[in-house]
Write a protein that binds this ligand. Structure first.
Ligand code: UDP
Ligand code: LCN
Length: 807
C-alpha cells in the first residue's frame, strides 16, 4: 500500500482524513482535480484552525500534495495518488471506517465511467487497448530522471549487448556498413571486403595507410587507394578525418562502448532525404502566422528544415562526399488549399527561403467534399481526409525525391498519423513531434468526449495519437515535462498512459513512458530574425521607426485599437493568436484590475485580428469579443494598444527589440503552453520575460535568474510580480539589464537550432542502426496498431465525412 496513505492511517491524523473526507462529501463537487483538492484542503485547515505547518508538512498534507484526483462515490472516495513522476496508485477509501483497498487501472476506469453515467456492465465488457505486451521486447529505462534521454540509454544498452556477443555484433556491423549508397554509388565499404574478419584487418591497414599522410590531405587525393582496400566514400574529407573515423570503428570492434558507438554512428552518411509532415493550418512563409491553427508549429518546421539542410551539407562535406554531388533534400509536406485567401497555400511547390534544396510540397486533400476540401479546415475536422492524403502524398514524394525518403518526421496529431501511414508503407524511420497534445489542453476531454465530439472529434484525435506515438521509432519532445510532467503535475504523454473514452474504449496501457523512444530535443530560434536589441548594426532604422509608430502612436482603426495617453510609459508586451488557451484576454484583465500597473505601464498586444467578422473560428471570435468587453469594463482605451496585424517575419523580430529599446517586458500568459517559441524570441531579443508556469516555459526560464514565472490564473499575483519588477527597475535600471543579459545567454547556450539538428540527426542515425540490428519484433505491434486504425479510426472518420457532406 502507498506509504503516503499508510502513514496517515497509522497516525492521529487519521481523524483529520475522516473529517476532510466528510467535508468533501458535503460539497457539491464530486470530481476534484489537484487545484480543487488543494483549495479544499486549505479551507479545511482554516476551518479546523490547524497550525500553519499542518497544510504542507503534516502527513495528511503530504498525501494531499501528491493526490492528483479525488472522485467521490456514494459510499467511498477514490484517490489517485502520484507519489513520483510517471507512477500512479489508486485507492478506494470506504466510509465510514475508511477501510482502504487498492484499485486496478480497470477498476479506476470503471469508476470514471460511473461518474459520467456511462458504466454499463450488463452490456458486456468494454474494449481495452493495451500496448504493454509490445514493449516487453524492447529495453526499458528504470529511473524516471532518465526519461527523455532515450538515445543515451539505447547506446549503453546496445554497446553492452555487443560486448557480450562480439561475433553477432561484428556480423551486424558488417551488414550495416554494406547497405549504404547514394543514388546508386556505393558508400563506406565495397565488395572487396568480403567478411567480418576481413573488415577488421582492412581497417587496420587503412589506418596505417592514412596515418602516414599529412593530416589535411584531401580525400579525393587518395580515394582510389582506399577503394582498392575496400573503402568507398563516407569516411571523411581529409586524411585525419578518415583516420579518426576508422579508429573509432576499430575501437568499437575491439571494445564497444556507448560513446564510441554514438560517435561512429553520428558520422555515417545515411540520411539525405527528409520529409517533415505538417498538414493542417496555413503552411507558408508569409502572411500565415497568427491565423487559426497557425503558429509556432509552422515556425518550428520551417526553421528546422533550413537547419537540417545546413547540417546535412556540413555532415556530408565532413564525410568526404563532395565529389559525389550529393544534394540533401528536405521536403515539408503540407496540404494544398485551393481557396487560399491571399496566401501561397494554393501552390504545389514553394522553395523554402534560405535553402538550396528545401521545399514546401503541398498535396491537396481528395475532393471528397469540395465545401471542406477546397478551403482551410480546422485541425479538429481534418481526420476523414488523411488516409487518402497519405496515399497521394507518397506518389508526390516519390516524384520529388526520385526515390524514397530516409527519415519521416510527423508534426502534431494529423501529421504524425500521416507519417505513420507513409513510414509503414515505405519502411522508413518514423519520428514524431507533438507540439501540443490536445488531451491535456482541454480539461476532461476524454471523459466528456461525447459531449465535445461535435466540435472537437477527440475520439479520432486520441486514437490517432495512440497509433502514431506507439508506431514511432522516436518521439522528439521539447521538454521533459511534456513527457512526464513535474512532481506535482502529469505530463502530456503521461496522460495517455491510461484513460477512458466512455462507451468507446478503455486504455489500460496507452504508451510506455520509460521507453527509449522518448528524447528531449528542444527547438531553437531563427537567429537572423531574432537577435539582441543591442546589435544595432544589424537593425534597419527605417523599419524600427515604422514599427515604433505602429506600436505606440499610429491612428488606423483598421489595424490598431486604442490610443495611448502617455506612449512613453514602459510597455508590457505580448504576442499570440487569439486562442482561448493563449489567454490574451486574461492578461488584459490582469492589467485592467491593477491601477498601479497602469500607472507605470502600457499594455501592447499583437493578436492577429481586430474584428469578429474577420474570423471563421469560433474560439477566436469569442476571444475578440471578450477583449473588447474587458477594455470597456476597465476603461483601458488610452492604456492599451491592440494590434490586429499579421507582421512579416523580419518585423516580428524587430518588434521585440523596439520594446526592449524602451526597457519593456514580455508576458506570456497562456493557461497552458506546450513549449512557447515566443518566450525564446523575447529572451534572445533581450526582453525580460514573464512566462506561464503551466507548461514548457517552466523549463526554458529559470525563475528570477533569467526571467520569471507567472500563474496566469492568479491575476493579482501576476500583476504584482510585473509591478515589483518594474518598480525595482525604476529604482535600479541595472536590474533590467541584468535579467535581459541573462535571458539572452540562456537562449544562446541552450536553445539553438544547431544544437537541435545535430542531436536530431544523430538520433536518426542511431535509431536507424538500432532498427537494422536489433531483433526487436515490431511487426506484431504494427499489426495491432493497424487494427486500431481500421476498426476504430476509419469508421469514425467515415462518420465524420458524412457529417461534413451534410453541412
Ligand atoms: N506569431 C506571429 N504573429 C502573431 C502571433 C504569433 O508572428 O500574430 C509567431 C510568434 O512570433 C511565434 C509563433 O508565431 O514564432 C508562435 O509560437 P508559440 O510557440 O509561441 O505558440 P503557438 O502559436 O505555436 O501555440
Ligand atoms: C505549438 C505550441 O503550442 C507551442 O507551445 C510550441 O512552442 C510550438 O507548437 C512549437 O513546438
Amino acid at each position: 500500500m502507498s506509504y503516503l496513505i499508510e502513514t496517515v492511517l497509522n497516525s492521529e491524523e487519521k481523524g483529520d482524513l475522516v473529517e476532510f473526507a466528510n467535508q468533501l462529501r458535503e460539497s457539491q463537487k464530486h470530481y476534484l482535480l489537484r487545484n480543487d483538492i488543494l483549495s479544499a484542503f486549505s479551507e479545511f485547515c482554516q476551518n479546523h484552525q490547524k497550525p500553519d505547518t499542518f497544510e504542507h508538512s503534516s502527513r495528511l498534507g503530504k498525501l494531499i500534495y501528491y493526490t492528483q484526483e479525488i472522485i467521490l462515490e456514494e459510499e467511498s472516495l477514490c484517490l489517485i495518488i502520484r507519489p513520483k513522476i510517471a507512477k500512479q496508485q489508486v485507492y478506494r477509501l470506504c466510509f465510514p471506517e475508511l477501510e482502504i483497498e487498492p484499485l486496478s487501472i480497470q477498476q479506476l476506469l470503471d469508476v470514471r465511467d460511473r461518474y459520467v453515467n456511462h458504466f454499463h456492465p450488463d452490456e458486456g465488457d468494454v474494449f481495452e487497448i493495451d500496448f504493454q505486451p509490445f514493449y516487453d521486447y524492447s529495453p526499458i529505462i528504470r529511473d524516471p530522471k532518465n526519461i527523455g534521454k532515450g538515445v543515451d540509454f539505447l547506446n549503453r544498452f546496445l554497446s553492452s549487448k555487443l560486448f557480450q556477443d562480439p561475433s553477432q555484433w561484428l556480423e551486424a556491423l558488417y551488414n550495416f556498413l554494406n547497405i549504404h549508397s547514394y543514388n546508386g554509388t556505393t558508400l563506406l565499404i565495397n565488395g572487396r571486403i568480403k567478411s567480418q574478419k576481413q573488415l577488421s584487418d582492412q581497417i587496420k591497414q587503412a589506418i596505417a595507410f592514412v596515418g602516414d599522410m599529412p593530416p589535411e590531405r584531401p580525400y579525393e587525393d587518395f580515394r582510389f587507394d582506399l577503394q582498392a582496400m575496400g573503402f568507398e566514400p563516407g569516411w571523411g574529407n581529409t586524411a585525419s578525418r578518415v583516420k579518426e573515423t576508422l579508429e573509432i570503428l576499430d575501437e568499437l570492434i575491439d571494445s564497444p562502448d556507448d560513446a564510441a558507438l554514438e560517435g561512429f554512428l553520428s558520422r555515417i552518411p545515411m540520411i539525405f532525404r527528409i520529409v517533415l509532415v505538417s498538414i493542417h493550418g496555413w503552411f507558408g512563409q508569409e502572411g500565415v502566422l497568427g491565423r487559426p491553427d497557425t503558429g509556432g508549429q509552422v515556425v518550428y518546421v520551417l526553421d528546422q528544415a533550413r537547419s537540417l539542410e545546413k547540417q546535412l551539407e556540413e555532415d556530408n562535406h565532413l564525410a568526404g562526399l563532395d565529389g559525389l554531388n550529393v544534394e540533401p533534400k528536405v521536403i515539408i509536406l503540407s496540404r494544398l488549399i485551393p481557396n487560399s485567401d491571399g496566401t501561397r497555400c494554393n501552390e504545389r511547390l514553394e522553395k523554402v527561403h534560405g535553402t538550396k534544396n528545401g521545399w514546401i510540397l503541398r498535396v491537396p486533400l481528395r475532393d471528397m467534399n469540395p465545401n471542406m476540401t477546397e478551403n482551410w479546415i480546422s485541425r479538429f475536422e481534418i481526420w476523414p481526409y488523411l488516409e487518402t492524403y497519405a496515399i497521394d502524398a507518397e506518389k508526390e514524394l516519390f516524384a520529388e525525391f526520385q526515390g524514397i525518403p530516409d527519415l519521416i518526421i510527423g508534426n502534431y496529431s494529423d501529421g504524425n498519423l500521416v507519417a505513420f501511414l507513409l513510414a509503414r508503407r515505405l519502411k522508413v524511420t518514423q519520428f514524431n513531434v507533438a507540439h501540443a497534445l490536445e488531451k491535456s489542453k482541454y480539461l476532461f476531454s476524454n471523459l466528456y468526449w461525447q459531449e465535445m465530439e461535435s466540435n472537437y472529434h477527440f475520439s479520432l484525435q486520441f486514437t490517432a495519437d495512440l497509433i502514431a506515438m506507439n508506431a514511432a521509432h522516436c518521439i522528439i519532445s521539447s521538454t521533459y515535462q511534456e513527457i512526464v510532467g513535474k512532481p506535482d503535475s502529469v505530463g502530456q504523454y503521461e496522460s495517455y498512459e491510461s484513460f477512458t473514452m466512455p462507451d468507446l474504449y478503455h486504455v489500460v496501457h496507452g504508451i510506455e513512458l520509460f521507453s527509449p523512444k522518448f528524447n528531449v530535443v528542444p527547438p531553437g530560434v531563427n537567429e537572423s530574425v531574432y537577435f539582441p536589441y543591442t546589435r544595432e548594426e544589424d537593425r534597419v532604422p527605417s523599419q524600427k521607426e515604422k514599427l515604433e509608430e505602429l506600436l505606440f502612436t499610429l491612428e488606423d482603426g483598421q489595424q490598431v485599437f486604442g490610443k495611448l495617453a502617455d506612449p512613453s510609459k514602459r510597455p508590457i508586451f505580448s504576442m499570440a493568436r487569439l486562442d482561448r488557451i493563449k489567454n490574451m484576454t486574461g492578461l488584459a484583465e490582469c492589467f485592467g484590475r491593477s491601477p498601479e500597473l497602469q500607472e507605470h505601464c502600457n499594455l501592447i498586444l499583437v493578436a492577429g485580428k481586430l474584428f469578429v467578422d474577420e474570423s471563421g473560428d469560433a474560439e477566436e471570435r469569442e476571444e475578440i469579443e471578450k477583449l473588447y468587453r474587458i477594455i470597456e469594463q476597465y476603461n483601458l482605451y488610452d492604456k492599451i494598444r491592440w494590434l490586429g496585424v499579421r507582421l512579416p517575419k523580419s518585423a516580428s523580430g524587430e518588434i521585440y527589440r523596439v520594446i526592449a529599446d524602451r526597457r519593456g517586458v514580455f508576458v506570456q500568459p497562456a493557461l497552458f503552453e506546450a513549449f512557447g517559441l515566443t518566450i525564446l524570441e523575447a529572451m534572445i531579443s533581450g526582453l525580460p520575460t514573464f512566462g506561464t508556469q503551466f507548461g514548457g516555459p517552466l523549463e526554458i526560464i529559470q525563475d528570477r535568474v533569467n526571467g520569471f514565472y507567472i500563474n496566469p490564473t492568479n491575476l493579482e499575483e501576476t500583476a504584482q510580480k510585473v509591478l515589483d519588477f518594474v518598480v525595482k527597475c525604476e529604482q535600479n535600471p541595472d536590474y533590467w539589464l541584468d535579467i535581459s543579459n541573462k535571458g539572452i545567454d540562456r537562449v544562446y547556450t541552450t536553445y539553438t537550432w544547431k544544437i537541435h539538428t545535430t542531436r536530431l540527426l544523430s538520433l536518426a542515425r542511431i535509431y536507424g542502426f538500432w532498427n537494422f540490428t536489433s531483433k526487436e519484433q515490431r511487426e506484431d505491434l504494427l499489426r495491432y496498431i493497424e487494427s486500431l486504425f481500421y476498426l476504430i479510426y476509419k469508421p469514425r472518420a467515415k462518420e465524420l465525412l458524412q457529417q461534413h457532406t451534410h453541412r
